[in-house]
Design a protein around this ligand. Structure first.
Ligand code: G6P
Length: 610
C-alpha cells in the first residue's frame, strides 16, 4: 500500500524523489517524507497528510543530497502523524518500508532492553534500530542489513541509506514488489515501474527474498542465502508522461469519460477487424475447455467483475464457476479439481490477498490465468497466461475504467470460449460480438445524454444517510459495485442487494429517508420481478431512483421518484452499460458533498498488505 522510492544520482535528488512520490501517491496519502545524506549525515523532512504538505515544507527547508529515499504512507501501525511518517531513522540509518513486520512487537521488546528509545508507533522503526544495533557491533552496512533482514517476519519491501555511505543504498523484497531502475550514472529503486517511468525505462524486478546493493555504477542482487543472482533487465512500456487531469476537475471524472476509448482499445485487442469475430489465445481456450470448473478470485471492484463473469461463463459458455473474495479464499483450503483453471482479476496486479490466492491455486495444480491492467505486475509474472485490460493508468482511487475494461475482457473471453465449445451458434456469436462492438458508442451516449440529469439527481440525494441498490441477474453485481462506489467516495452508507433478497431483510430499512436505486431494464428477462420489487418498496414509502431503458421507464415512471433512461442494449453487455450511471451518480453525490473524490479517506488504490 505504501509507496517507496530511492535515488542515487549526481545532483540533488529531493525534487526527483517528490516527482516519483506523486506517481506513487495512489498507494497511500496519510503522510509523506524524504531522507537524504547531506555531508554524510542523515537529514529528513516529513509531513502528515497529502504529498502537497511535504512539498510545502520542502520549499521552506530544501533538503540537499545526491542520495535519498522517499515514502508515501497508508497507515497500518500508528496514526497518520508526522512522528509515524517514514523515513524512520537513527543517526546511522534511514529506512522506508512498504508492508508489515509481523514480529515487530518481539523485536521492539528485545531492542528496548538494549536501551533503544522508540519514538513512533510504527512497526518499521524496529528496522532502523535493529540495523543500528548491528552497525554498533562493528558490522558493515551490508552485514548489518542482512543480519536484520534475517530476523524480519511478514511482507515488506525496503530501501535503506546509511550515514557516511554516499554510494550505497540497500533494497529488499519479501512479498511486496520492488523495482530497480537503471539510469545514466543514476540508479533507482521504487515500488513500481510507473514511479520511475520519467527517469528510466530500464527496469529489473526483484524476486521474493532478493536483496539488492545499489551504487551509482549498478546493482548487485543476492538471494536471502547470499548467492549473487542475475535478474532480467527489461525495457518497460510505461509512459513517463505526467499523469494530468486535463480539463477535468478530478481524475475520476476523466477516467469515467475515457471509458468509450479504453473499452474500444480493449475490444480491439480481441476482435479480428476482418471478420468481426472475437479472438483469444488458443492455449487459454484449450485450458478453459478442459477445465471442469473455473475459479474466479479477486478483491473489491475486481471481485464484482468476477461476479458478473460468473453469470456470463455459466449462462453463455456453460462453464461451472466458483467465485470468491481473495482474502477469504486464500485461507479457505478449498479442494480444487484436477485440470481446473483459476482466474485472477486485478487492476494493479499487486493486491496481496489476490496474489496469495493465486499461489494457493498454483499449489493445487490449477492453470493460472490473470486479467491485469498494470503490465509486468507480480500477478502477471506468476501466472501461466495473462490478458491485459487496456485501461491505461488509473489514478482515482475509486476504480471505474479498470472495472469496465475487466468486464469487456471477461465478456470477450466468455464469447470466445462459448464459440469454441459450441455453446453458442454462429448467429448468436455474431449478435453478441456486435453488441460488444457497439459498446463504446453506447457508453459515450450514456455520458452525453445522462450526465446532466444525474448531476441534478445527485443534488437531490447528497444528504441521504443510507442508500440501497437493487439489481437482478448480472445487474446484481452492478448494484453492489454502485453501492461500493458511493460509500468509497461520498461516505454515505450504501448496500447492494439482489432484488429478490429484498424481502429477506433490507425491506426493513426502507422508509422515506432511504433512497433506493433499482436497476431494471425493460428488455431484461427478469423485468417483471424487478417491477414487483419496486411496487413493494413504494408501498412502504421508499423513494425509487429507476435506472432503465425506454420500455422499463414507460412502465415504472409513475412509481419512481427519479428516472435515468439509457438506450436499448443487448442483455449480454447490460452490466457494462448500467455501470456508467452508477459511477456518475457516486461521483456527483461526492462532489455535492465536497469530499476528496480522488483520494477518499482511509482508502488506497493498491492494497499490498493483508
Ligand atoms: C482496493 C482499491 C479498489 C480495487 C481493489 C482491488 O480496494 O481501492 O479500487 O478494486 O483494491 O485492487 P486490484 O488492484 O487487485 O484490482
Amino acid at each position: 500500500m505504501c509507496g517507496i522510492i530511492g535515488i542515487l544520482g549526481e545532483k540533488d535528488v529531493t525534487p526527483l524523489l517528490v516527482e516519483g512520490l506523486k506517481r506513487l501517491e495512489y498507494r497511500g496519502y496519510d503522510s509523506a517524507g524524504v531522507a537524504t545524506l547531506s555531508n554524510g549525515h542523515i537529514t529528513r523532512c516529513r509531513a502528515p497528510g497529502k504529498l502537497a504538505n511535504l512539498e510545502a515544507r520542502l520549499e521552506k527547508q530544501p533538503l540537499a543530497g545526491t542520495i535519498g529515499i522517499g515514502h508515501t504512507r497508508w497507515a497500518t501501525h500508528g496514526a497518520p502523524t508526522e512522528d509515524n511518517a517514514h523515513p524512520h531513522a537513527t543517526e546511522k540509518v534511514a529506512v522506508v518500508h512498504n508492508g508489515i513486520i509481523e514480529n515487530y512487537g518481539a523485536l521492539k521488546e528485545e531492542l528496548e532492553t538494549l536501551q533503544c528509545r522508540f519514538e513512533t508507533e510504527t512497526d518499521t522503526e524496529v528496522i532502523a534500530h535493529l540495523v543500528t544495533h548491528y552497525l554498533k557491533q562493528g558490522m558493515s552496512p551490508v552485514e548489518a542489513t542482512n543480519a536484520s533482514l534475517d530476523r524480519l517476519e511478514g511482507a515488506f519491501s525496503l530501501a535503506l541509506i546509511f550515514a557516511g555511505e554516499h554510494n550505497l543504498m540497500i533494497g529488499a523484497r519479501q512479498g511486496t514488489p520492488l523495482a530497480i531502475g537503471y539510469g545514466d550514472r543514476e540508479m533507482y529503486v521504487a515500488s513500481d515501474s510507473y514511479a520511475l517511468a520519467p527517469l528510466t525505462k530500464k527496469i529489473c524486478f526483484l524476486e521474493d527474498g532478493d536483496r539488492v546493493h545499489v551504487t551509482r555504477e549498478g546493482a548487485r542482487i543476492f538471494t536471502n542465502d547470499n548467492k549473487e543472482v542475475q535478474r532480467e533487465i527489461r525495457i518497460t512500456a510505461q509512459s513517463g508522461a505526467a499523469a494530468g487531469k486535463g480539463a477535468y476537475r478530478h481524475f475520476m471524472l476523466k477516467e469515467i469519460h475515457e471509458q468509450p476509448a479504453v473499452i474500444g482499445d480493449t475490444l480491439n485487442s480481441f476482435i479480428n477487424p476482418a471478420t468481426g469475430q472475437i479472438h483469444m489465445p488458443e492455449d487459454i481456450l484449450v485450458a478453459l475447455e478442459q477445465a471442469p470448473r473455473l475459479t474466479l478470485v479477486a478483491c473489491g471492484t475486481a471481485f464484482y467483475a468476477c461476479m458478473v463473469a460468473k453469470y456470463w461463463f455459466e449462462q453463455i459458455a456453460k462453464l461451472p464457476c466458483e467465485i470468491d473474495i481473495a482474502s477469504e479464499f486464500r485461507y479457505r483450503e478449498a479442494p480444487m479439481p484436477e485440470n481446473g483453471m483459476a482466474l485472477f482479476v486485478s487492476q494493479s496486479g499487486e493486491t496481496l490477498d489476490t496474489l496469495e490466492a493465486l499461489r494457493y491455486c498454483k499449489k493445487q495444480k490449477q492453470t493460472i490465468l490473470s486479467i491485469v491492467n498494470t503490465i509486468e505486475s507480480t500477478i502477471e509474472r506468476e501466472s501461466d497466461f495473462v490478458l491485459h485490460t487496456l485501461a491505461g493508468p488509473e489514478i482515482g482511487v475509486a476504480s471505474t475504467k479498470a472495472f469496465t475494461t475487466q468486464l469487456t475482457t471477461l465478456a470477450c473471453l466468455t464469447l470466445a470460449l462459448a464459440v469454441r465449445t459450441g455453446a453458442v451458434d454462429e448467429a448468436q456469436e455474431m449478435e453478441m460480438a456486435e453488441a460488444l462492438r457497439h459498446l463504446p458508442r453506447q457508453v459515450a451516449a450514456v455520458l452525453n445524454d445522462s450526465e446532466t440529469r444525474i448531476q441534478e439527481i445527485a443534488r437531490a440525494l447528497f444528504d441521504a444517510r443510507d442508500m440501497l441498490y437493487f439489481g437482478r441477474g448480472s445487474l446484481y453485481p452492478v448494484a453492489m459495485e454502485g453501492a461500493l462506489k458511493l460509500k468509497e467516495i461520498s461516505y454515505i452508507h450504501a448496500e447492494g442487494y439482489a432484488a429478490g433478497e429484498m424481502k429477506h431483510g433490507p425491506i426493513a430499512l426502507i422508509d422515506e429517508n432511504v433512497p433506493v436505486v433499482v436497476l431494471a431494464p425493460g428488455k431484461d428477462s427478469l423485468f417483471e420481478k424487478a417491477a414487483s420489487n419496486i411496487q413493494e418498496t413504494v408501498a412502504r414509502g421508499g423513494k425509487i431512483l429507476l435506472v432503465s431503458d425506454a420500455e422499463g421507464t414507460k412502465k415504472l415512471e409513475k412509481s419512481s421518484g427519479w428516472v435515468i433512461t439509457l438506450g436499448d442494449v443487448h442483455p449480454f453487455v447490460m452490466p457494462i452499460l448500467y455501470t456508467i450511471p452508477m459511477q456518475l451518480l457516486a461521483y456527483y453525490i461526492a462532489v455535492a458533498k465536497g469530499t476528496d473524490v480522488d483520494q477518499p479517506r482511509n482508502l488506497a488504490k493498491s492494497v499490498t498488505v493483508e
